[in-house]
Structure formats: structure tokens, C-alpha cells
Design a protein around this ligand. Structure first.
Ligand code: ZN
Length: 449
């Protein structure tokens, strides 16, 4: 047992903000919330973590991530810079995922952003993986990185037709194998830490046949999909050409949408498509920085909220930091709509409430909240508010006052994975040195292609 005491606790739950309190952790789970004195008296043998009046809150949840994207960092592209989203995919991402051919490359590209996530307060992610140079077993490699770092994650493989039928079949196989493995509950690892869903790239690289096969497999396994939707104009043009209907309608036709499905981005969609997302209870995930970086446009977030679509927030591999992502989600609608009144409540809801609801579909206890019975996924921040602080204005303290490097301690599944800014489970310097070595060879391989 552990007690986090002398803590300013932002619960994000019914208890609101507790200016001086304590949390009792029993194994993986939050057992009790009370006063420091009371919990210490009742549980004298529990390990005591003194928060020293720091801010204690639930860890951040990243609802869309690509751990495999790491080796693109700092990489120069040959030839003219890509001028459209389609060119970015072809010249950078599809080349990169095809060249991920070894276990080492997949492992180190994943473990780096997991470490960076821990350091910036992210305790759980929904990852979307692609390594077309090594498909079979790739999710086990990602899972090893996840378990080594102690982060909670739901994994999937990006099914696509872009590298031919054999690779398509292998990617479906990999999803099915990994989902079955998780459902069989046979692993020696803590089963509560990793989960699975069915990954698909995007309508523009998925044939009718592939959608049908994937739907059949997912139905028999009882899972939904994690798929990019109308991220660029290319997806819409392709869908109209292939099927005569727009992306959301095409996906609905094949039964891809639903309350277990994550529709990522949803930028180029019309009102009818927004209605379909609502009617099917499909979840949407917003990734503002990535969208701006790819110049694909701005998702109609205000419309999603008006319609009551469950909209969460992720980083799309652009950054491991949820601080970055939510700060941009906060300002982007103001600039986009020319209205300083919009964006605040929506970005707060995405981060503090909707991500929690989305993650609840993948894990058997709540995360993203400090309450009895929730998983003990908790961060302690070196943040001492200079102005009054409570549950109603905490989000604005986060936007204007909190930063990545204030995350002091990170606890996941009841385990302290970072203490006083230092990782407890792994040697960060060694990992980064090895990643530099592996990525250097990887870059040479990509250049010589
Ligand atoms: Zn993505």
C-alpha cells in the first residue's frame, strides 16, 4: 500500500478539489481518499509519498498516438518538400513505416515517446501502429515497450491496402492475433495494463473487400475500430470516386462506425456526416497540432459539441505531450472562428472528461479520475498556484501556468514510474543513446532506398 499525502488534489471527479488531502493506493487501485493524518493512522505500514503540497491530479490520457513515428524526428526528406497531405503520407510516413523492418527499430521508436510521455504526465495512450517492414508480431514488440516503461495502452495495427494484398492480410492477421491474445488473458504481464482494438489506416487506402473482411473479424471478436477519418481532402475525393459517397457514409455502409469505434480527425465532413457520427455513437478524436502541421484544416469541434458527439483529444505522434496538444486545442478555435469566447469549455471537456469516457471502453476500471475504485494513474506536479485555485478554474491554471517540466512524479497502475523527475524503471540515458544508434542506421537505410 501507498499513501500520497500532504497533497493538493484535483480529482476531476465528484470530490472536486481537495486543498489538503491524501490518497491511499492498494496495489493497482485507488482505495480511499481522506486526510493525511487519518490515512497515516489507519495504515501505518503503507509507503508514504510526501507531495509537499504539490498539485496531485489524474495522469493525462492520449487518445490517439503513433509511437512508431519517432525516427522521423529531425530527418531530412529527399527532393522537393511535400506540398499536400497526400505527398506527406507518400514521401514521409509510408516510406518510414515500410522501412521499419527490425524488432530493435520498432522497440526503440516506441520506448522513446513512452518515456517522454511519462515525463510529461501521460499515463495511458491509444496507439495506432504501422511497421509494414515487419508486421507479424509487431504489436508484441510495442507491448513490450509499453510494459517495460509501465504505461497503460490499447494497441492496434494499421490495416491498409497500400503495400499490396499480402501486407493487407498480414495486418488483419496481426490485429486478430493480438486482440485474441488480450482476450485470452494468458500473458504473464499485468493484464490490466494493455488492451487491444482493431486498427485501420483510412478510407483512402482501404478497398471494399478489406473493409468487409475487417468488419467480419472485428464483429466475431466483439471489438470496434481505430481509424483515421477525412483527415485530408484526398480521403473525400477517393471515397467519392470509389463509392459515390463521402468518407463517413462509406464507413457506415460497411459497418465500421459505432460506439466502440474511434474516428480520428473528422475534418472534411459535412453536416450529414456529423449526424451519422452522432447516430452511431462513434467517438471522435481531435489532434490540433498534427492537423495544423499537415495543413489539412480545422475539425468542426464546435459542431461536434453542439451535436453531443463524444470528442476526445490526442497528439497523433506530433508530440508525446498532452500539455502541448490541449494548449493548441484551446487557442485554435479562437483564431479559426475569430471569436475569443470559443474553445475553452470544449478543450477542457475533451481533456478532463471525454478522454476518460473514451478510455473506459478499453479498460476495466476508470482512468483519468481520482476516486475510489479507479486505477491509480496519478501525477504530481511542481505547481504552486499564484492565484486562487479550485476545480472550476483548474483548467485555466493548466493552460496558462502548467508546463511539461512541472511533472515531478508519475504513478501508473499503482507503481511509481517516475519520482522527482527521474524514471525509476528504466535507464533513460542508455535508452536514448541506443535509440540514436538504431535511428542513425535506420536513416541510412531510408536514404539508400
Ligand atoms: Zn494518426
Amino acid at each position: 500500500m501507498k499513501i500520497i499525502g500532504n497533497a493538493s488534489i484535483l480529482t476531476l471527479g465528484k470530490k472536486g478539489f481537495i486543498s489538503d488531502g491524501a490518497i491511499l493506493i492498494d496495489g493497482e487501485v485507488i482505495k480511499q481518499i481522506g486526510t493525511t493524518e487519518d490515512l497515516k493512522n489507519k495504515f501505518p505500514d503503507a509507503e508514504f509519498i510526501d507531495a509537499q503540497h504539490r498539485l496531485v491530479m489524474p495522469g493525462f490520457l492520449n487518445a490517439h498516438m503513433h509511437l512508431y513515428s519517432t525516427f522521423a524526428r529531425g530527418m531530412a526528406l529527399k527532393g522537393e518538400p511535400p506540398k499536400t497531405f497526400g505527398e506527406i503520407l507518400k514521401k514521409l510516413w509510408w516510406k518510414l513505416d515500410k522501412n521499419l523492418t527490425t524488432k530493435e527499430e520498432i522497440y526503440y521508436s516506441a520506448v522513446v515517446p513512452l518515456i517522454e510521455g511519462i515525463k510529461t504526465g501521460t499515463t495511458a495512450i491509444l496507439d495506432h501502429h504501422a511497421s509494414f517492414g515487419l508486421i507479424d508480431g509487431s504489436l508484441d514488440i510495442i507491448e513490450k515497450a509499453v510494459l517495460d516503461t509501465g504505461v497503460r495502452a490499447a494497441l492496434c495495427y494499421e490495416t491498409s491496402d497500400r503495400w499490396g494484398k499480402e501486407a493487407r492480410d498480414a495486418s488483419i492477421r496481426e490485429n486478430v492475433r493480438f486482440i485474441r491474445k488480450k482476450q485470452a488473458n494468458t500473458g504473464a504481464e499485468p493484464e490490466t495494463l494493455t488492451a487491444a482494438t482493431f486498427g485501420m489506416h483510412a478510407s483512402l487506402t482501404l478497398s471494399d473487400e478489406t473493409l468487409e473482411i475487417a468488419k467480419g473479424e472485428a464483429d466475431s471478436l466483439g471489438v470496434g475500430f481505430h481509424i483515421h477519418v477525412a483527415e485530408g481532402e484526398e480521403d473525400v475525393e477517393d471515397s467519392l470516386k470509389k463509392s459515390g459517397v463521402r468518407v463517413v457514409e462509406r464507413l457506415q455502409k460497411f459497418g465500421i462506425l459505432g460506439d466502440k469505434t474511434l474516428a480520428i480527425h473528422c475534418i472534411h465532413i459535412n453536416e450529414k456526416e456529423i449526424d451519422i457520427l452522432k447516430e452511431t455513437n462513434t467517438m471522435v478524436v481531435h489532434n490540433p497540432e498534427s492537423n495544423m502541421n499537415n495543413a489539412v484544416g480545422v475539425a468542426p469541434i464546435l459542431e461536434f459539441f453542439k451535436k453531443g458527439i463524444l470528442t476526445g483529444i490526442g497528439t497523433d505522434g506530433y508530440t508525446p505531450s498532452m500539455f502541448e496538444s490541449v494548449k493548441v486545442a484551446y487557442v485554435l478555435p479562437k483564431l479559426h472562428y475569430g471569436d475569443p469566447r470559443v474553445g475553452g469549455s470544449e478543450s477542457q471537456k475533451m481533456l478532463f472528461e471525454n478522454n476518460r469516457k473514451i478510455f473506459a471502453k478499453f479498460f476495466n476500471r476508470p482512468v483519468g479520475i481520482i476516486e475510489e475504485g479507479a486505477f491509480a494513474d496519478i501525477i504530481i506536479l511542481d505547481y504552486f498556484p499564484p492565484t486562487p485555485f479550485n476545480e472550476n478554474n483548474a483548467f485555466y491554471h493548466l493552460i496558462f501556468g502548467m508546463r511539461d517540466n512541472m511533472v515531478n512524479t508519475t504513478i501508473i497502475n499503482g507503481k511509481v514510474v517516475m519520482k522527482d523527475h527521474k524514471l525509476t524503471e528504466i535507464n533513460e540515458e542508455e535508452i536514448m543513446a541506443k535509440a540514436r544508434e538504431v535511428s542513425k542506421k535506420f536513416w541510412e537505410k531510408m536514404e539508400n532506398e
